[in-house]
Design a protein around this ligand. Sequence first.
Ligand code: ADP
Ligand code: MG
Length: 378
Amino acid sequence: MSFLELNLHPSILSNLADQGYQSPTPIQAQAIPVAIQGKDLLGIAKTGSGKTASFVLPLLNELVSKAVSERNRQPNVLVLVPTRELAVQVADVFKVFSRNLKHPVKSMAVFGGVSINPQMKAIFGVDILIATPGRLLDLQRSNAVDLSKVKRLVIDEADKMLNLGFKKEMQEIIALLPKKRQNLLFSATLSDQLAGLNSVVLSNPVVIKIEEKVADVELINLSGYFVSDERKGPLLRHLIRAKKMKQVLVFTSSGIKANKVAAKLIKNGIPALPIHGKKSQSARLAALDKFKSGKLQVLVATDLISRGIDIDALPYVINYELPRSPKDFVHRVGRTGRAKSEGLAISFVNREETHHLKVILKKMKRYIDMIDSETLDF
Ligand code: ADP
Ligand code: MG
């Protein structure tokens, strides 16, 4: 299939060509026509399968033909995401595909952790607002934004957004939106509670679920090491050197641990930075930028970064500690093996974590050949 068959505006098609997007991914091929028709949609497809463009392209397509004067000076499209980093990333995708449109479309990301004033000033006249829930509510409460003109709502990482942690804020936001609107929800992992919450947000949605074909080569290879806590640091350094890892994203279970692991790597001459919720927003964005642009070898992160973040051709992910939930495991390892490039996700497992790994793998329907680190020389 070609993008030409999706009835997209010529200027969007030319932006697609500039970005090297030759043909739509399966979720794009199925979701874009449904979204253009104005229907509600629940799109489920694995990590790295191109869900962002599945909503960015039809939404821009809708706005591209409308002169600025025909639009409201308040957001027409609202995209909700769980983290600040993802808000910035999604806004960048909107910007890339909004280049040289006949009528300019203004998109902007708003998120907490930075001062609110510049956002209040810049928000006027924005067509597409990409937001984390807390800051959006702050802006709304200070009358900087009016959500009553939102015609289309996107919830990316929908399972996370409709989960307990965000429930109150999400209910508050949804109550501020017009009842009649289009809703587009996307997720790689769909949990049981989502089905119930769907009915709150979606009305008669078209459900698109891209099943992985058995014949598909799994792009994310998994491997694991049995290793004691004391030996995790040395094993990490050994693997980085032995496998000549140009870039690796290491996950720990806490910010304190991320700091420690990064400090130890630096001490051993391996460039690393930690990223987690206790870091300032500028440090978070700077570390991620450096990593995304390939100028940083190791990023040590908490699950903050496990959702949605797209790092071009990232070859390695290492679980220094296992995440608590199998879903987080899926999202963590899903930072590699994206957009048709292969990746390896390595898990470090101590004695106490062995059973938990079994649970995770069973849920994922995957198998890992474990290596006993005691047999290695490092
Ligand atoms: P998901 O949200 O499903 O995890 P993303 O939307 O972040 O995935 O896309 C993953 C990567 O694939 C991004 O780098 C994106 O630019 C690239 N990509 C998406 N669609 C296409 C396409 N049709 N052709 C080529 N690359 C694509
Ligand atoms: Mg995504």
